[in-house]
Write a protein that binds this ligand. Structure first.
Ligand code: TMP
Length: 218
């Protein structure tokens, strides 16, 4: 983080990217990182589940194997176990140093996938977030939204991926899409929903506007 004198005295900014399968998060995170670098902000780019050595080990338990491998509660707990390690060892230290953090998925994914998709509801997910993330809620969340069929088609075209969640069925994916939209509607100051069916450049420009707004007030 090289922006401005005294930047290290300030907490950095935490930006998360959310959405269903095949929404194009990786592409847009790369574009967002390069937009920030052009403005002398060198972000930490990370992902969930994973992002730290311990959390990457837990990731394998979550993304590999049969769809019914875990019951919904166990799955939620595994996501939060991974997340706590990631927050404590990567995200919180980076923010404390004044670094900006771009994270591919965070608590909203657990709300959408386990809360809405698996039907656990928002309450247990929010309780576990309160217990585990030490208040590290994102400053900005980009929700890339697209129809489930298109997203799964795109995701299926990517070779060599773990795909436990992609095999969970259309209804599961429809519920989590509705979940993301409901979460964003309830928290409009933090969340921005963007139509992921639009061209990559157009989406990147929209995200850049939100990033610019964060930079202006930083
Ligand atoms: P990825 O494909 O975006 O790397 O994410 C791996 C899968 O994990 C993806 O299908 C979404 C799922 N997931 C959850 O179900 N709950 C969570 O809390 C997170 C972070 C991811």
């Amino acid at each position: 983080m090289t922006k401005g004198a005294g930047a290290a005295d300030r907490r950095g900014r935490f930006i998360t990217f959310e959405g269903g399968e095949g929404a194009g998060k990786s592409t847009q995170i790369a574009r967002a990182a390069s937009f920030l670098k052009d403005r002398q902000i060198d972000p930490v780019v990370t992902r969930e589940p994973g992002g730290s050595p311990g959390a990457e080990q837990i990731r394998r338990l979550l993304v590999e194997g049969e769809p019914g491998r875990w019951d919904a509660v166990t799955e939620m707990l595994l996501h939060f176990a991974a997340r706590r390690d990631h927050v404590r060892t990567v995200i919180a230290p980076a923010l404390a140093e004044g670094r900006w953090v771009l994270c591919d998925r965070f608590v909203d994914s657990t709300l959408a996938y386990q809360g809405y998709g698996h039907g656990l509801g928002e309450a247990p997910v929010r309780q576990l977030a309160d217990l585990t993330i030490d208040g590290a809620w994102p400053d900005l969340t980009i929700v890339l939204d697209l129809p489930v069929e298109q997203g799964l088609k795109r995701a299926g075209e990517r070779a060599g991926r773990e795909h436990r969640y992609e095999r969970m069925g259309l209804d599961f994916h429809r519920r989590l899409r509705e979940g993301f939209l409901a979460i964003a509607a309830a928290d409009p100051d933090r969340c921005r929903v963007i139509n992921a069916m639009r061209p990559v450049d157009e989406i990147a420009d929209k995200i850049a506007i939100s990033l610019e707004q964060l930079i202006i007030v930083y």
